[in-house]
Design a protein around this ligand. Sequence first.
Ligand code: AMP
Length: 278
Amino acid sequence: MKILHQKTDMVAVTKAWQGSGETVCLVPTMGNIHRGHLALIERARKTAERVVVSIYVNPTQFGTDEDFDSYPRTIDTDCDVIAAEGGCDVIYAPTGLYDAAHATNIIPSGVALPMEGEARPHFFVGVATVVSKLFNHIPADFAIFGEKDFQQLAVIRQMVRDLDINISILAHPTIREADGLALSSRNQYLTPAQRRLAPKIYAQMQNTCALIKNGTDINTAICLAKDQLQKTGFGRIDYFDLREPDDFQLCDKPTAASRVFVALWLGSTRLIDNCAIG
Ligand code: AMP
């Protein structure tokens, strides 16, 4: 397993593989590798002959009052964990991705506008810009993203389509703890008491889906879920909505594909999750 840091090396390795007829799959991450990331990497190994895992904590997707400084950076352990769990061909940990003169950004509209786009207006600009840069550094055949960040996946798909980027985007379902909490690097910010509360997010999402499937009015089911969450000790709820998965419009008539999307605060930690009504 090679660790590369320079764009020129990464481009050369990717092109050499492709020149000898091998396909390449990229798994972009911010590191602090957990079972969610590992599931994406395993899927990548089944998808292409060569797998690149990028590890980069992207400053431009964090707001000034967000957790960029405290975000867990664990590259040595990450390499060991990836190697122990089946490995990949290259871990790409780019240096100098943005220089002082950087002045061009991708500003996604469309599916980027609601939810995270409202709560964190800088976020998808940072994500789209860094992912497009990574796609230039690793001109892969495939890239895999998690449904845990469902709107991000849609923003990347929209960008790839709109900018004619020649990479197939694949989605992987959310990996959860046994108690339902979606795995996330930010779960480690939770105190033991908050960690015990956190599975209620998924439980409330599931309850909401069940109520709506059984004919309860959408707004009634959602108000009930928000109320219950706030009564049990959650902080601000940025959103708890039922939306269509393709255009993220609010649902008035649910289908099996409609999804509940949640972003809320538990102490100073912001958690997001989503699931389909099914
Ligand atoms: P991150 O390192 O949090 O930026 O995530 C890197 C990639 O892993 C993104 O495509 C995420 O959607 C995906 N991911 C993170 N957590 C999970 C999870 N619990 N299940 C599936 N994919 C995940």
